[in-house]
Design a protein around this ligand. Structure first.
Ligand code: SF4
Length: 202
């Protein structure tokens, strides 16, 4: 069966409708957050390797797991002095735990475990806005969340239908707000305009 893209897992966990808009309907839009995120991503994906303090850094590493049916590219993979890999995902926002990001990182670890033949207990999410690096433990529950998201994406791609909109706080951080129109069917109190709500950095 065809591999599921690592980025699709992140989109699916954030919002299944977002995943369908991007991966079924091929809609893509850019807001200030995705633009900023892309800059950090481009920097991380610049390719090449470097070594510091015995830790080797690989950038833009192609990743695949035949066993779990996953594929994509790792922002940054660090090789510890003993040669074991740790995935590092770059995010533009402040340090804030988000399951969608952790699922994406853990999916990278599943690929690396198969590629390197090792077990990987943890990885890191680097939040550029706060210059903080957060440790994410790859617990059994998180590993299962990756596989559940993979199955969800496969189901979505098979059905080729658009799930109902979330129409909640997630939409205020979503680059697809305008094309999705999540609030179109909602009735709001007089004077309330969801599109005028102040956006927060995700
Ligand atoms: S605007 Fe809301 S419902 Fe639509 S894709 Fe984004 S998060 Fe999902």
């Amino acid at each position: 069966m065809e591999e599921v893209m690592l980025s699709a897992l992140q989109h699916f966990v954030f919002c299944p409708r977002q995943c369908a808009l991007i991966h079924v309907e091929q809609v893509w839009a850019e807001n200030e957050f995705t633009a900023r995120g892309q800059q950090h991503h481009d920097r991380a994906h610049g390719g090449g390797t470097e070594e510091r303090g015995g830790v080797r850094t690989l950038r833009a590493l192609p990743l695949v797991s035949r066993q779990h049916g996953l594929a994509g590219v790792g922002d940054v993979v660090e090789l510890l002095p003993d040669g074991s890999p740790r995935p590092v995902e770059y995010k533009s926002g402040r340090a804030r735990p988000r399951l969608a990001d952790e699922v994406q990182l853990c999916a990278q670890a599943l690929c690396l475990e198969e590629m390197f033949g090792v077990s990987i207990p943890e990885g890191f999410i680097y939040h550029a806005a706060s210059h903080k690096r957060r440790v994410v433990a790859f617990t059994p529950a998180l590993r299962q969340a990756v596989l559940d998201a993979r199955d969800g994406v496969r189901d979505l791609l098979r059905r080729q239908t658009l799930p109902p909109p979330a129409a909640d706080d997630r939409c205020l951080h979503c680059s697809l707000l305008e094309s999705c129109e999540p609030f179109a069917a909602r009735e709001f109190p007089r004077g309330f305009d969801p599109f005028s709500t102040t956006l927060e950095d995700p």
